[in-house]
Design a binder for this molecule. Structure first.
Ligand SMILES: O=C(O)CCC(=O)C(=O)O
Ligand SMILES: [Fe+2]
Length: 324
């Protein structure tokens, strides 16, 4: 143990310890609404414990791994809901979707990964995922009530089912508005772990008090784009020359935290938990170092107030190279 943190929590460029990390603050969804809103405003995120029925989330996990099992990704004889990576396979043939395996949001892996990648993409369109999880009434009701948007609450169709196989490169440092620039920064992201994630199992991490940092960076990017004479279209692109190839602020979370003088906030997660975060809140993911080789599966579902201008590109399902 390193302080209160679990051991072997790492990011792309090194370990997270009590020197550069602390724990994410959990919230009981039954706290008064005003208290929840105040926490969200203050922290830039709201980590809701058991906010949606655990069994429903585990059902989605089971269906997902049942669907991917023919590719040989799972340990022989293991129960699909566990999602245990097959120890006799190479992770190169099972590259994570929506992490850091491909440039931009292109297709990861070569020919030997094709079936796995195809199925991981097809899963985005299945009723057991779209209807049963993304459009879960408990999640929708939670967001509609929390935001006060009521019936104007719109669930973006575009989501990313991110399957981080053990040891693979996780997503780098970013804030979500970079990808939603065709709309006002009024959206809200719900990060939903699909299964339990150990503290060192590849969960999402947030840069403490970073909503303001993200807002400042966004303002700087806009100014730089103007100076460089970028067209409006290019300035709004997530993949312009202000960013890394993956549209990230950085691929080195430990360095980034040091440079900005903030800590990363980490947590274990359970199926049924939901983290809401603001459009400029800075986050990344840890490397999946799960000692039991559990594949980390999660999705991010975004919501907006449909009475305001929003990014229409998000009303299509995710596909590779969709430019978003
Ligand atoms: O699941 C991940 O690794 C990244 C998720 C993310 O960036 C998000 O929810 O906005
Ligand atoms: Fe994100």
């Amino acid at each position: 143990m390193v302080g209160v943190l679990h051991e072997n929590i790492t990011v792309n460029d090194g370990p997270l310890t009590s020197d550069n990390a602390a724990l994410l603050r959990p919230s009981d969804p039954n706290l008064p609404l005003e208290e929840l809103r105040q926490r969200y405003e203050q922290d830039g995120y709201l980590f809701l414990k058991q906010a949606i029925p655990r069994e429903d989330v585990l059902d989605a996990r089971r269906r997902y791994f049942d669907y991917l099992a023919p590719t040989g990704v799972l340990k022989e004889g293991s129960d699909p809901v566990q999602g245990i990576f097959n120890p006799i396979k190479s992770v190169d043939d099972y590259p994570g979707i929506g992490a850091g395996a491909a440039d931009g949001n292109g297709r990861p892996g070569g020919a030997s990964a094709a079936e796995f990648v195809d199925r991981a993409i097809e899963a985005h369109y299945k009723d057991w995922y779209v209807d049963k999880l993304c459009n879960h009434p408990a999640l929708y009701a939670l967001v509609a009530r929390f935001t006060g948007w009521g019936q104007n609450t719109l669930t973006f169709k575009r989501t990313l089912l991110r399957n981080n196989t053990p040891g693979t490169r996780p997503i780098g440092v970013h804030y979500d508005q970079i990808f939603i620039r065709h709309g006002e920064p009024t959206s809200i992201t719900a990060w939903v772990p699909i299964g339990d994630v150990k503290m060192n199992g590849g969960g999402l991490i947030y840069l403490e008090d970073s909503d303001a940092v993200g807002q400042k960076l966004e303002a700087d990017f806009t100014a730089k784009a103007k100076q460089a004479g970028m067209s409006e279209e290019e300035a709004r692109s997530a993949f312009n020359s202000n960013m890394t190839a993956n549209a990230m602020l950085s691929d080195a979370p430990a360095d980034f935290a040091k440079e900005h003088g903030h800590r990363w906030l980490v947590s274990a997660y359970e199926a049924g938990d939901v983290v809401l975060h603001k459009p400029h809140m800075i986050h990344a993911s840890t490397v999946n170092n799960d000692p039991d080789n559990v594949i980390r599966l999660a999705t991010d579902i975004r919501f907006c107030d449909s009475s305001k201008p929003y990014d229409k590109r998000w009303m299509n399902f995710y596909r590779f190279n969709d430019g978003v």
